[in-house]
Design a protein around this ligand. Sequence first.
Ligand code: FA5
Length: 331
Amino acid sequence: MSEYQKLIDGARGAAESSQNADELALARSEFLGKKSLLSEAKKGLGKLEEVQRAEAGKELNEVRNLIEEVFEQREAALQEETWNLQFESERLDLSERLESLRRGHLHLITQARDHLEDVFVGMGFTVAEGPEVETAWYNFEALNIPDWHPARGNFDTIFVNLGSPEEVMLRSHTSPVQVRTMENQQPPIYVVAPGRTFRTDNADATHLPAFNQIEGLVVDKGITMGDLAGTIDSFVQAFFGSEVKSRLRPSYFPFTEPSAEFDISRPDGSWLELGGCGMVHPNVLSNCGIDPEEWQGFAFGFGIDRLVAMRFQLDDIRELVVNDARFLRQF
Ligand code: FA5
């Protein structure tokens, strides 16, 4: 047995010093292969007496099993080492990835639009919507601007090549939503309608060809210009804070009478035109099936992009649409 013990120890030594599957296979064949000492010993069994042969054969098998076990254990250990190395090299460090990803946020205009909605909802208004592509009826005619009216020219309209010429257009203001609301809803009406509007204007520091307006419409009994002025004042205070003042200047819009333009004060004391407003023209109420003898209303519409430019003191309104992430990340 001591001979065999040496063999087993030798096999263990050879297995332990094998550093990979190839080296282990080589060592294994040295101790268990056809030319190994064990195989030679097995061949020698034939020369023994029957009783001795059985005894020696049993012993040989035990030794072979022990040596096989030694190699199996080493094989399992090597396999585990290989897997560990592989797992380590293929590991994805997700925590590192997550840290380096910057979270986005809503665009400044969307934030302002949400804020405006909140302010007006807080004042008792609901939010209405209308399509961006409109017909002449909604964009002009129902608003008391027939096709001969010179005011059509003020809106620098972008027409769409659909139907009769100059019948379908990208809405040039949000005022068509006034008409759609009044056609579908009986007074009293208190709505605001923010949305995108389009004109052939060239982009400059205060103009964009695609910009955003928010429309307001109130139709109720006994509504006066005082209600309009008070509403605009409350909105300006809620949105900008008490240091910003608003003022109304007489103006002209075909769909309101009287009409005004409203300005807000800048820190340097000058005024910035924000939008138009006025008492809803009786013709507009009639066009939408509302009796002007019974109901009165006021409406306003102003530019959200300009309002944002004013609130964040941007020198150029185009900053809002050039998609410079370094600029947008500041807000
Ligand atoms: C109108 O669009 C009227 N619908 C407003 C109105 C509504 C009057 C209800 C009465 C009752 P105006 O064309 O002035 O009016 O435009 C209103 C505001 O939209 C402007 O004061 C300005 O703030 C903004 N605006 C107009 N054109 C542009 C543009 N190209 N780029 C950015 N903002 C603009």
